[in-house]
Write a new protein. Sequence first.
Length: 72
Amino acid sequence: MDYLSGWRDAREAAAELGDALSLVGVESAGVRLRAASGTDGSGLVRLELSAASAREVAVLARVTAARLGRAG
């Protein structure tokens, strides 16, 4: 297995996610992103949020869903 390429992919994805969360105003102090690789070598991003940041992300997801007509 090529675990290193999976980890690199996850590292890039984590950076993209961190940038996106920052752009929408989620406080970086409440966010922890870690790159890892799964047992099959695929990239994994581990996301840990403070309770406040989790609520911010939930509101943003609901607003986005409503804008896309996916609110349910």
